[in-house]
Design a protein around this ligand. Structure first.
Ligand code: ZN
Length: 148
């Protein structure tokens, strides 16, 4: 895949694996919130559904279509925040945004991101950053609605 050519091969495998077999794609029966996001620059689409209880994300569904960056980021995000608190999810969102901006992350922030570290090479491709952040902006919208 040409647009991943520059990424470390281990990271590349992880990205392609999430793209081929996205996690948490089963739709939720009656989600508390549902957010659709579109990245017109690349044609990527992501839908995030959440179910929460007592401030914990005890149900998440992430589906969509588009490039490997957008879809692997979405899949990794779902795996990361599933079963975590709304606060944890917001913190991960901030850490991932910082990673995409090329900011230096603390050890704690990197630990918060887990597999998403695999996408760090994307920061070198400004056009693709929107792809990587798409699912996260949908998640942020969803979390805000949960709180409201
Ligand atoms: Zn894309």
């Amino acid at each position: 895949m040409q647009d991943l050519g520059d990424l470390d091969s281990l990271y590349r495998e992880l990205i392609l694996d999430h793209h081929r077999s996205p996690r948490n794609t089963e739709p939720l029966i009656s989600p508390d919130v549902e957010v659709d996001a579109v990245n017109p620059f690349c044609g990527d689409e992501v839908k995030v559904q959440l179910k929460t209880s007592g401030g914990t994300l005890n149900g998440i569904s992430v589906t969509g279509r588009g490039c490997s960056i957008s879809q692997s980021s979405a899949s990794m995000m779902g795996e990361l925040v599933k079963g975590r608190s709304v606060e944890d999810a917001m913190r991960a969102r901030r850490a991932f945004q910082a990673l995409m901006k090329g900011e230096a992350l603390t050890e704690d922030q990197l630990a918060d991101l887990g597999d998403l570290e695999a996408l760090q090479g994307v920061k070198r491709y400004p056009v693709r950053i929107k792809c990587a952040l798409l699912a996260w902006s949908a998640l942020e919208d969803a979390l805000k609605r949960v709180r409201a």
